[in-house]
Design a protein around this ligand. Structure first.
Ligand code: NDP
Ligand code: MG
Length: 392
């Protein structure tokens, strides 16, 4: 029986994870669940999955959740704050941690799970983008097993040899990272300048949280994934090619030096990579419908339009620059995406904010978690000030 802590249980990945877990009560049990604003949903999840512990952000939320749980006769114990997130991510009783908090808020608890040597199911790509060097070092030192949940990285993982250590010795020439192209594929910058948050969040193939949906629409998500892939698979950005594939059936590919290209296919449903990582190296039922190639009929491929989607170019540049450049890109992007969702800036200004922040700050080599957080804060302060400037 694997005991699981689910960080970000109330989100899109959290809900899909609980769906898979509920299909296998003989294999998995829930140790702790965390949420932020959706307390009623969290209370229902605690009840349905008999979580031992629940973690929320502060004492006010904790009191509210306790009230909801008591009313329902549920005995889940409630904790709050970042230390509590780290505690449930690293507790002795826990085998596996699903890291599915969105954004930089996921970094510290995810690293706590890594340092405790847990099996990590990594959805929170932002933590790897921000602190890739420290993160991978901690994985090595603790012997933690790191399994990618991001569908593209999970696909690449499935197409790599079991004993994969290095691309060169495994005979790999290239990783081909799939991108759906998002809701604005084929649009120009000027056509995108007036889109609304709801339009940006209406992804053609995937239903996801609002932040990653906006990132998918701007192709920043693919940029973050490029950096994520460099760390996960120990390759440089030059060994990765982004392939726009609008149907989202091929989730990514690995090209070998003998001309073979291996791909992982499936319906676009996050329960597949979640089930894969939960059960790895075995396989379990994910509740996902069989792929029907006759219904799909055609698979198409295009090159990404870097002029229309400058966020992807920025991420390529940052992946080359390394140091704390990815942390700065990520921090600025989180501020810009929130400003767009709050309708303070336009969609195409997201790239402008991130670009200005990257040009306005100098890069350093972050040697500690504190240094990474300092780079993140610098980026947030710079981009917040820049947004205030362009707003007025
Ligand atoms: P959601 O916005 O749906 O969920 C985010 C989760 O994080 C929620 O549980 C939310 O709580 C919690 N949360 C938000 N802010 C904080 C905070 N400051 N402190 C603690 N918890 C917080 O996001 P997704 O599930 O879509 O994405 C989660 C992660 O997985 C992201 O990093 C994303 O990039 C990655 N990912 C997602 C995919 C998808 O298909 N959704 C695919 C690949 C990767 P609450 O809702 O209660 O406020
Ligand atoms: Mg992805």
């Amino acid at each position: 029986m694997q005991q699981i802590t689910l960080l970000g249980a109330t989100g899109s990945i959290g809900v899909s994870t609980l769906d898979v877990i509920a299909r296998h009560p003989d294999k998995y049990s829930v140790y702790a669940l965390s949420g932020n604003l959706q307390l009623e949903k969290l209370a229902l999840q605690c009840q349905a999955h008999q979580a031992k512990l629940a973690v929320v952000s502060d004492s006010v939320a904790a009191a509210k959740l306790e009230g909801l749980l008591q009313g329902a006769g549920c005995t889940t114990e409630v904790l709050y704050g970042i230390d509590a997130l780290c505690q449930v991510a690293s507790a002795d009783d826990v085998d596996t941690v699903m890291a599915a908090i969105v954004g930089a808020a996921g970094l510290v608890p995810t690293l706590a799970a890594v340092s405790a040597g847990k099996k990590i199911l990594l959805a929170n790509k932002e933590s790897l983008v921000m602190a890739g060097g420290l993160f991978m070092q901690a994985v090595k030192e603790s012997g933690s097993v790191l399994l990618p949940i991001d569908s593209e990285h999970n696909a690449i993982f499935q197409c790599l040899p079991n004993d994969y250590e290095q691309a060169q010795s495994a005979g790999i020439s290239k990783l081909l990272l799939s991108a759906s192209g998002g809701p604005f594929r084929g649009w120009s910058q000027s056509e995108m300048s007036t889109v609304t948050p709801d339009q940006a969040c209406a992804h053609p193939n995937w239903s996801m949280g609002r932040k990653i949906s906006v990132d998918s629409a701007s192709l920043m998500n693919k940029g973050l994934e490029l950096i994520e892939a460099c760390w996960l698979f120990d390759v440089g950005p030059a060994q990765i090619e982004v392939v726009v594939h609008p149907q989202s059936i091929i989730h990514s590919l690995v090209q070998y030096i003998d001309g073979s290209v291996l791909a992982q296919l499936g319906n676009p449903d996050m329960r597949t990579p979640i089930a894969h990582a939960l059960a790895w190296p075995q396989r379990i039922d994910a509740g996902v419908a069989d792929l029907n190639l006759f219904e799909i009929g055609q698979l198409n491929f295009e090159k990404p339009d870097l002029e229309a989607f400058p966020c992807l170019q920025l991420a390529f540049d940052v992946a080359q620059a390394a140091g704390d450049a990815p942390a700065i890109l990520n921090g600025a992007n989180e501020i810009a995406v929130q400003a767009f969702l709050d309708q303070r800036i336009g969609f195409t200004q997201i790239a402008q904010v991130v670009g200005e922040t990257l040009s306005g700050l100098s890069f350093t080599e972050p040697e500690s978690l504190d240094a990474v957080q300092e780079s993140d804060s610098k980026a947030r302060a710079f981009s917040t000030a820049y947004i205030a400037e362009i707003e007025s």
